[in-house]
Ligand binder design. Structure first.
Ligand code: PMP
Length: 316
């Protein structure tokens, strides 16, 4: 695996950052998870926009323009020669001292990983999964806006630990008002009387790229879509329920807290949207410019010699 660290693409064994890095010390930073499907980076522009919006909210300056970021991602995916991959971008506040003040961090650090995709087994998509409700409430927006994909995931991690303790793969998280927010690393949808509903982003959900694609797909299929407010009662009594996310894509949910959703099988709208999404994922994005020449052992070193990335330009 070759990893991009501040402008250099280097073997994973050489990819290190300082123990004074504020992402490590304080979770001070932002990140993204992106899929590459059949050589196409899915909705790259939307992921980049979300990254830069997250960074702006936490007052973190990313030292690359958006165009340079796109080029760095494509270059790293191509260097890894993967056509199906999970790309993880991490932008940390950078190396500082032990105080929390980010003013002591000289420059943000960008790391790009290109890894294999960890998929759920195929039966998950055919049969669906049971969910539980976590007692861990989603961090309220007035404390840390959940649209920021920050390196602070403890809230979600605690809910994930609880989900697994209860034998579930994912958990529904409620906001501090008791309404449904999202899952620990996925967005949640219900279908009721033909209307496709998902919590509004003010309810404590990340603005998922898959969420948006599914809302668009549903609208294209002539279904009514609604970003709204709902509670557990609505999920228990829905006709269909499913989760969306970059890793999971569209996963049918067949029960919540031991109550089956409708007849306890993946619903027709869920399956139709899943099929639609599988078509979209290989076309809706940016193709990776792979080198046609076969990869040689010298390539990583050659790429590494290109040096650190240039300063952010005024254009973005
Ligand atoms: N909510 C949370 C908390 C997430 O971390 C994610 C990303 N895995 C999602 C929702 C889904 O967003 P996306 O579709 O962009 O992956």
């Amino acid at each position: 695996m070759l990893i991009y660290v501040n402008g250099r693409i280097i073997p994973k064994e050489e990819a290190t950052i300082s123990v004074f890095d504020h992402g490590f010390l304080y979770g001070d930073g932002v990140f993204e998870g992106i899929r590459v499907n059949a050589g196409v980076v899915f909705r790259l522009k939307q992921h980049i926009e979300r990254l830069y919006e997250s960074a702006r909210t936490i007052a973190l300056e990313i030292p690359l323009s958006m165009e340079e970021m796109v080029a760095a991602i494509l270059r790293t995916v191509a260097a890894n020669e993967r056509r199906d991959a999970y790309v993880r971008l991490v932008v940390s506040r950078g190396t500082g001292d032990l105080g929390i003040d980010p003013a002591n961090c000289r420059e943000a650090i960008l790391v790009i990983f290109v890894d294999s995709i960890k998929l759920y087994p195929p039966e998950v998509y055919e049969k669906g999964v049971p969910l539980v409700t976590s007692s861990v409430r989603r961090t309220p927006l007035e404390c840390l806006d959940t649209r920021v994909k920050s390196l602070n995931y403890l809230n979600n991690i605690m809910a994930k630990i609880q989900a697994k303790q209860l034998g579930a793969v994912e958990a529904v998280m409620l906001n501090t008002n008791g309404f449904v927010a999202e899952c620990t690393a996925d967005n949640l949808f219900i279908v009721k009387d033909g209307v496709v509903k998902t919590p509004d982003l003010t309810q404590g959900a990340l603005g998922g790229v898959t969420r948006r694609a599914v809302l668009e797909l549903a609208a294209k299929e002539g279904l009514r879509t609604l970003e709204t407010v709902f509670g557990l009662h609505d999920v228990y009594n829905s006709d269909e329920c499913f989760m969306t996310g970059t890793g999971a894509e569209i996963v049918p949910v067949i029960s919540l807290d031991g109550r089956s959703i409708a007849n306890g099988e993946p619903g027709p709208v869920t399956l139709r949207l899943g099929a639609g999404f599988r078509k979209l994922r290989t076309t809706d994005g940016v193709p990776v410019p792979y080198a046609s020449a076969p990869q040689t052992a010298k390539r990583p070193a050659a790429l590494a010699r290109r040096g650190p990335f240039p300063r952010r330009t005024a254009a973005t």
